[in-house]
Ligand binder design. Structure first.
Ligand SMILES: Nc1ncnc2c1ncn2[C@@H]1O[C@H](COP(=O)(O)OP(=O)(O)OP(=O)(O)O)[C@@H](O)[C@H]1O
Ligand SMILES: O=C(O)C1=C[C@@H](O)[C@@H](O)[C@H](O)C1
Ligand SMILES: [Mg+2]
Length: 206
């Protein structure tokens, strides 16, 4: 195949001057920052984030997964070092991701309590943040068994509601977009709703 001659070359700049092209590129980079998912325990942050990334071609990362890869199981960290040390590690890992230029086209799910750390909340104020809103009824079957979430012991539903009430205002205040995930919504429906918001926000329509 022979290359196109100069006369037939397509003008990819749309007739923009070099400084205008740079401006468009900078805007694109800015708008391709990670999209962060927050919400209470068992809301489906990791579940929705994984599928959203798979359906629409994003990279997916999760703060809990990064912590487990680096330091071992979350419940073991709580047992061995306590919650304060877990929060310190968590905030450090989140800062690394949010300040890394290689994490642009990424869906980043956070652990439920991460936005309560002031340093993390400050970082999130600059980001596109999707809040997964649920209620106790929706999460009850997901938390009633299993001991993977140390903060929910020994009465998972009661503890979940108590912790959620203490965090609700922070979630609401940080949200660029709230996804209502109460009841049994299908994953494709929820992922499409978030993707729609991301596209609109990158075009500056929200
Ligand atoms: N909309 C949904 N429909 C059916 N199952 C769901 C839905 N959302 C989440 N789940 C299931 O509920 C469980 C908890 O979801 P997930 O781990 O994604 O929660 P999370 O918000 O990431 O919680 P954490 O804060 O503890 O990390 C998982 O087993 C997941 O598959
Ligand atoms: O809501 C929380 O405080 C937590 C949620 C999980 O994702 C883990 O990050 C950990 O169990 C703490
Ligand atoms: Mg999770």
């Amino acid at each position: 195949m022979t290359p196109r001659s100069r006369e037939h070359a397509i003008d990819m700049t749309g007739g923009l001057a070099p400084n205008q092209v740079r401006e468009v590129q900078e805007t694109y980079i800015e708008k391709s920052r990670p999209v962060v998912i927050i919400g209470p325990m068992a809301a489906g942050k990791s579940y929705i984030g994984t599928h959203l990334a798979r359906f629409y071609g994003y990279e997916f990362i999760d703060s809990d997964h990064l912590i487990v890869d680096k330091y071992g199981e979350v419940s073991q960290i709580f047992t061995d070092f306590g919650e304060d040390e877990f929060r310190r590690i968590e905030a450090e890992i989140i800062r690394e991701v949010l300040t890394s230029p290689s994490r642009r086209n990424t869906i980043f799910s956070l652990g439920g309590g991460a936005p309560m750390t002031p340093e993390t909340a400050e970082l999130l104020r600059e980001e596109t943040v999707i809040y997964i809103k649920v209620d106790a009824e929706t999460v009850a079957p997901r938390i009633i068994h299993g001991r993977a979430r140390p903060l929910l012991q020994p009465n998972p539903i009661e503890k979940w509601s108590e912790i959620f009430e203490a965090r609700r205002e922070r979630f609401e205040e940080l949200a660029s977009y709230t996804l209502d995930a109460r009841g049994g919504r299908s994953i494709s429906d929820m992922a499409a709703e978030i993707q729609n918001f991301i596209l609109r926000s990158r075009k500056g329509q929200v």
